[in-house]
Every structure is written in C-alpha cells, then in structure tokens.
Design a protein around this ligand. Sequence first.
Ligand code: ZN
Length: 396
Amino acid sequence: MHLWELAAEERQALLDFVRALVRTSSFSGHEGAVAALIMAEMRRLGFDAVWMDDAGNVIGRVGPQTGPTLMFNSHMDTVKVTDPAAWRVDPFGAEIQEGRLYGLGACDMKSGLAATVYAAALLKKRGVLLEGPVLVACVGLEEPSEGTCTRVLFEEDHLHPDWVVIAEPSNLQVVRGQRGHVEMTLSVKGRSAHSSAPELGRNAIYTAAHLVFNLEILSGQLADDAFLGPGILAVTEIRSHGVSRNAVPDLCEMTLDRRLTVGETEARALLEVQRIVTREGADAEVKVIEEEVTTHTGKTYRVRRASLPWAFEERHPLVKAMLRAAQTVGLRPTLTRWHFATEGVYTAAVAQVPTVGFGPGNPALPHTINEYVEVEQIHAAAQTYAALALQLLGKK
Ligand SMILES: [Zn+2]
C-alpha cells in the first residue's frame, strides 16, 4: 500500500466527516459550529497543533513547527439557500445518491476542506517524517469577501507558507490562475426640477444612459490574455433617486462588475471609466466599493472590493509538483483556471506565494441548487494532497 493511499475505513471516516460538515450550517459570518467540528476532528485525528485565531480561522498543523511550509487553504462558509423549495433534496441532508453527495457546500467547498484535513492526518498516522509543517487552514467569510480572512493568517497570525494549495472545486484539474476583479459604483448627478418642466433640470437617468452606452462599447475593447481570457465589464445594478415620481431625478447610481485579466489593474479600470465620464461631460464619480465584514468571532474588517489577477507558468515548480501528485494517484489532470474568485486573490496576487488550485467537485456547481460532489473525487483529492505533501516535504 502506498503512503498516500486511504484504507477503506479511512475513506468511510472522511465521507462521514464531509456529511457532518454539510449537515452543520455555516453561512458567512456564522461559521462557529463548523469551526468547532473541524477542530474536534483535527484533534481526534492526532494533529500536532490545532488552534483558532482572533478572526475565527481554524488552523491545524502536522509536522515540525518550522521548515518549508505547505498550506492547504479552504473556506468554511457557504452562501445562503435562496430557494429551499427549488431543491429536490434537503440542502442540509447530506444525502448520497448514485455515488454523489448532495447538499449546500458539498461542492463549495466542504469536501475539499475535509480532504485536506484527512490528507494531513494520513501523513501523521503513517508516521511520515516531514521537513517542515503541513498547515490546514480553514477560513471564514470567503463568499462575501474573498481574501480577507487569509490576509489575517499572513499579517496577524504571521504564517508564511512557501506553497499554498486552494482546495476549491476544480474537478481534480490543476488550476494555475484566475482573473482579478473590481466592484465599482458610478454615481451620476443631475439637477432636480418638476417633471412638468424638465427643461429646468438635468435628468441624471439620461446622463447615466449615455455613460452605460459607452461602457458597453468599452466592454468590447478590453485587454485579452491567452490563458486568463479577456477583461470583463458589466453594469449589474442601476437605481435612481428623485424627490418624487413627478421630479427630474438628481441622482442615478450604478454598480460595475469588472474582471481584470493579465496586465490590468484597479487604477486602470477606474481610469477607463473616468475617461468616459470626462468625454461625456458628465457630473459623475466612480469609486471602488468599500464595506465592512464581521467574522463569527465578532471582529470587523473594512475591505475594498478589488483584487488583482494571478497566474503561474505551466513550468512553475509547484504547478509541476501538483500535476505529478495527481498523476501519482492515478489521475489525468490538465491545467486550467478558475472563473470565480478564491482566497488565491490574497496568497498569489498580494502575498505572491506560489499557489495552485486543486479540489473535488465540478466548478460549475457552486451556488446552484442541488449542489453535489462525486464521492470518488473526495477520496482522490485527499490522496493527491497527501502525495503532494510527501513530494514537497517528505524526508528522503
Ligand atoms: Zn468556494
């Protein structure tokens, strides 16, 4: 038997753990119960250290305290169930049908999280000697504010991994990059007047309409990248304000969702919109959305809704190591990118630590009804994580 191989009873225990996680609700900002469950499981499995930081992140360590460090990174939170009646299974039932485990967070990403816990436990149980620590980090608030709680791991907890694996769903493919994003508000000002004499005012909706038209043209002219694809701009919300139904509105606000590809920055994204405003002679202000988020432990962080794109080369040592680990356990991984944001926006784009993504579950299923994961993929992921740790940190 290989060192990375899960025995039948370990496969069952891992599956039981995923089901327990799915049955325990963990909406963003309310991850406390799931955090307790994860800590209890890490302790039961014999981790060398298990702790929770002030932001409510759970961290488990297997191996020595110092040395080259591999971090597995997962988020504990899920989105809310928007329409329970639309589900044909109980979102918290963790039912298994035809080899698929159903439930909220089954795919995004309680199965990936559980697989990293069991991979680290496997190294401990098999008595593998490690050159440095394997950290299993489980963060909160990823859904509303990706990167925020992982920033805490680095900047407040002073964890400094040499490699990061994000265990979000990738269908067991190796992810080497993702686009960045910026959420902006564009506030267009007008001048109020009674709508029976509109010539006395300046209608903010009319000005906004000109800007929207130009934004649509801009969206077709953004930078493109062979791997990450084109930059994207979409107007996603619009609302106006007037003193009454019979008044020319003096304010029209819209939200812009901008995805950044290689070479694009937050500053450039803002400037492009500003240029349209100037060209149209509009009285309008564009800015990046800032908001406050609160962890399940009550800590509040002010966050900017902006992140940079990141991509590591095909020949990057971590990308190659991740591919090799997957091949070791009998998978046939290809290289891909994620379309959604992950904690990689901090580890890769800000901290610039080599980062790859790899996880069980179809990346098209997060935030959909009847979310599921193939049970077989959970086991394959755990074995791949263990094989990667052996490759990077196992003492020869
Ligand atoms: Zn996720």
